[in-house]
Ligand binder design. Structure first.
Ligand SMILES: *Cc1c(COP(=O)(O)O)cnc(C)c1O
Length: 368
């Protein structure tokens, strides 16, 4: 079975973890700080806050931004459910904006008409690691005094124009789940240049407890235990050194896919935004005829190919349907939902693997 995604762990990663296991600190020690400093430097931000996973990172970012019950936040339906779930947890309302048919990212030209008096923030998701139209999104946010919080869980290592994702907006949220650009097992982080957000997130990840101005340890607001361990941070530091190489390897796989499908027009291949660099988190193709989606997906599964679906529109999930989104319909997102299939993409995929996958897809269409 070829999985759809897979981490890359080598001996230096293992050594780094073992070294921390033998050190005095398994958590709340120096490795977390080191990981944060290196992440911030890589992403071009002043501050980084490491937390226990990407979902927790979204939660504390939203809270630090001051998003509260009753607020509206405009986001993309083409995302993992955590993006909008963490808004619902706070009592805020996700407002789903349709996607662009080319990049499958939020359609920045459709954001402005969704803004109301209650809108507090825009949360673009860099789908598949391919940056959204951030210039336009930032100018809309500026005009309407909204915050921009990027769900950059797919996009560590990507660039928007010449800026690394992490340095583009108010806050950028990352995940280090094993299928993401780098891994800490479970893990997440937020990058920001804003000191107030930074300090708030540090306290939110640890029970709202912090040192006050007199140096007393106090709890002043509600918080969680969203801490990353030093064991995980040690893995993160080691992985981060290899990040650019990981992305180059993914980019090579994408080139092989492109070659393998040259002249084949039964499917639509994913495209990188002009002028930007994708982190190539996932490789999602679309079938031209909706009727082919499940039969092709099943055919590929039978052939040992670990296909997946990134993502059926979030508002179509049964929970969302039952909780206020029963009538939500977005033309492009609905079409995308009906036609998408995720093919395997990770650095260790070989040219032969890619050829095999492409041959299986061609075989399906030749037998029709
Ligand atoms: C992975 C992911 C998350 C959640 O990250 P976890 O570390 O799994 O909690 C959130 N948003 C997107 C777009 C993701 O891909």
């Amino acid at each position: 079975m070829i999985p759809y995604g897979k981490q890359s762990i080598d001996q230096s990663d293992i050594d780094a973890v073992v070294e921390t296991l033998k050190s005095p600190f398994l958590t709340q020690g120096p490795k977390v700080k080191e990981f944060e400093e290196k992440l911030a430097a890589y992403g071009g931000a002043k501050y980084a806050v490491a937390v226990s996973n990407g979902t927790a990172a979204l939660h504390v970012a939203y809270l630090a931004a001051g998003i509260k019950a009753g607020d509206e936040v405009i986001t993309s339906p083409n995302t993992f459910v955590a993006t909008s779930n963490m808004l619902l947890i706070i009592g805020a309302k996700p407002v789903f904006c349709d996607i662009r048919p080319d990049t499958c990212n939020i359609d920045e030209t459709k954001i402005e008409k969704l803004i109301t008096k209650k809108t507090k923030a825009i949360v673009p998701v860099h789908f598949a690691g391919n940056p959204c139209g951030m210039d336009k999104i930032k100018s809309i946010a500026k005009k309407h005094k909204l915050l921009v919080i990027e769900d950059a869980c797919h996009a560590l290592g990507a660039s928007f124009k010449d800026k690394k994702i992490g340095s583009v907006s108010d806050m950028s949220v990352f995940s280090f789940h094993p299928v993401k650009s780098i891994t800490t097992g479970e893990g997440g982080a937020i990058l920001t240049d804003n000191k107030k957000f930074y300090e708030k997130m540090l306290t939110l990840r640890s029970h709202g407890i912090h040192k006050d101005k007199k140096g007393l340890v106090v709890m002043t607001h509600m918080g969680w235990n969203y801490r990353l361990t030093d064991i995980q941070a040690a893995l993160g530091v080691s992985q981060l050194k290899k990040l650019d190489g990981f992305i180059d390897a993914r980019r090579q796989v994408v080139k092989w896919y492109k070659e393998a499908f040259k002249g084949f027009d039964e499917i639509i291949l994913p495209k990188e935004t002009t002028g930007s660099e994708s982190a190539w988190h996932v490789y999602v193709i679309r079938v031209k005829n909706k009727k082919d989606r499940f039969p092709l997906a099943n055919f590929l599964k039978e052939k040992g190919i670990g296909i997946n679906f990134h993502y059926p529109a979030v508002y179509g999930q049964p929970y969302y349907r039952k909780n206020g989104y029963a009538r939500t319909k977005l033309k492009e997102a609905d079409l995308y939902t009906a036609t998408l299939i995720t093919l395997p993409l990770f650095g260790a995929l070989s040219r032969e693997d890619v050829k095999y996958i492409a041959d299986c897809i061609k075989e399906y269409f030749s037998k029709k």
